[in-house]
Write a new protein. Structure first.
Length: 326
C-alpha cells in the first residue's frame, strides 16, 4: 500500500484527522469552557480513536484557546493518550482585539510565546507538528527559521508545516528553514473543488476565476508534503444538513451522495470524504465535527475511496460544480 508523505518521513499518522476547532464552546472571550465541553471533547476523542484516528488538529486561536484547554483536560484524564496520538497546532493569526482588526503575525516575538501558550493549555511538553496558519505578507523567512530552530532545540516542537500557502510561499520559506515543511493544510471539499478544477481548466476560460494557486497539488506531491484538507465535510452541505438557501443543484448533489452511500451500504459522510481521498496525493481530511455519531459515520471513508470508480468520482465533481456555481 502507498504510504502517506508523513509516514514516509517517519511521523506517525492516521488516514483521517480530527479537527478540534469545535471544542470548547463559543469563540466569545467572555464565555469560559465548562465541564460539559470537556465531556463532549472526551466523547469525540473516544469516537475518533474507535475508528483509528490518532491525529488531532488544533490552532492557538480556536475558540480563543479554549479548544486546546479542553483537549488538555482530556489528556489530563487520560495521560496515556499523549504518546499514542499526534498533536498538531497552528500559530500566526491574531484575532480582532479592541480597536485592532484580525491580522497575521509570523514574528519571532509572536511565534515563541504563542507556542508556550499552546503547550501550557494542552498540558504537554511538546507538539508533534506546528503550522503557520495563514500567510503573513510581512514574514521574514530568516526570522521564522530562528524561531523554529529554537523550538526544535528546546524540544517544544518536533516538525513544522504551513497552512493555506502557495508553492511560491512554501519555496520562499523553505530556503531559509533548517527543517522540511511537512504539511500544507488547505480548504478542499465537494464545495471547494478548485484544487481539481484548476488543473483541468489549463488554457480554458472557465479557469480564469480560479483562486487556487497554480500547480499546488503537483508541487506538494513532488516535495512529499502532506496535503491536509480542512472543511472536508463541506459543513454537511452534501451529507444531511439542508442549507436554508440550498439550490436545486446542491440538493441534487446531496441526493447523488445519498444514492452512492445507499448503493455501497455506507454513509454520506464516507462518500464525501472518499471523493477527496481517492486523489493519488493521499489527501488527509481533517474532519471538524464534535458529534461522536458523525465521527463514526466517517469510519468507512478509506474503504470507499478504494471502491469509488472513476465514473462515480467524476459524476460527483460535475454535480458539485453545478451546485457551486455563483
Ligand atoms: N487551516 C485553516 O485555515 C483551517 C480553517 C478552518 C478549519 N480548519 C480545521 O479543519 C477542521 C474542519 O473544518 P470545518 O469544521 O470547517 O469543516 P467540516 O469538517 O467540513 O465541517 C464540520 C462542521 O460541519 C457540521 N456538520 C457536518 N455535517 C453535518 C450535518 N450532516 N448536519 C449538521 N452539521 C454538520 C459539524 O457540526 P457538528 O460538530 O455538530 O457535527 C461541524 O460544525 C477544523 O476543526 C479545524 O481543525 C483549518
Amino acid at each position: 500500500m502507498k504510504m502517506m508523505p508523513l509516514e514516509r518521513r517517519g511521523i506517525s499518522n492516521s488516514r483521517l484527522a480530527l479537527g478540534c476547532m469545535g471544542f470548547g464552546g463559543s469563540w466569545s472571550a467572555e464565555d469560559a469552557y465548562t465541564d460539559d465541553h470537556v465531556k463532549q471533547a472526551e466523547m469525540a476523542v473516544d469516537a475518533a480513536l474507535s475508528i483509528g484516528i490518532t491525529f488531532y488538529d488544533h490552532a492557538d486561536i480556536y475558540t480563543r484557546g479554549k479548544a486546546e484547554s479542553v483537549f488538555g483536560q482530556v489528556l489530563k484524564r487520560q495521560p496515556q493518550l499523549r504518546e499514542q496520538i499526534v498533536i498538531q497546532s497552528k500559530v500566526g493569526i491574531q484575532l480582532e482585539d479592541g480597536a485592532l482588526p484580525a491580522r497575521f503575525n509570523f514574528s519571532k516575538e509572536h511565534i515563541l510565546p504563542s507556542v508556550d501558550g499552546i503547550l501550557s493549555r494542552l498540558g504537554t511538553e511538546y507538539i508533534d507538528i506546528l503550522l503557520l496558519h495563514r500567510p503573513d505578507p510581512l514574514m521574514e523567512p530568516d526570522e521564522i527559521a530562528e524561531a523554529f530552530s529554537q523550538l526544535k532545540l528546546s524540544g517544544k516542537v518536533r516538525n513544522f508545516g504551513v497552512s493555506n500557502m502557495s508553492p511560491g510561499q512554501i519555496r520562499f520559506l523553505q530556503r531559509a528553514l533548517p527543517d522540511p515543511i511537512v504539511v500544507n493544510q488547505i480548504e478542499m471539499s465537494l464545495l471547494r473543488h478548485d484544487w481539481i478544477d484548476h488543473g483541468i481548466h489549463v488554457n480554458q476560460k472557465a479557469g480564469l476565476n480560479d483562486s487556487f494557486p497554480e500547480g499546488l497539488m503537483e508541487f506538494m506531491q513532488m516535495e512529499d508534503i502532506q496535503i491536509q484538507a480542512w472543511g472536508p465535510l463541506a459543513q454537511g452541505r452534501f451529507s444531511g444538513r439542508v442549507h436554508e438557501k440550498a439550490t436545486e443543484a446542491e440538493l441534487k448533489t446531496a441526493a447523488l451522495v445519498k444514492q452512492l452511500a445507499e448503493e455501497n451500504d455506507t454513509t454520506p459522510e464516507s462518500i464525501v470524504l472518499a471523493w477527496l481521498m481517492k486523489h493519488p496525493a493521499l489527501v488527509q481530511p481533517v474532519i471538524g465535527t464534535v458529534n461522536p455519531e458523525r465521527i463514526i459515520a466517517c469510519r468507512d471513508a478509506v474503504r470507499q475511496s478504494e471502491l469509488m470508480t472513476r465514473d462515480q468520482w467524476y459524476s460527483l465533481l460535475i454535480s458539485a460544480r453545478e451546485a457551486n456555481k455563483p
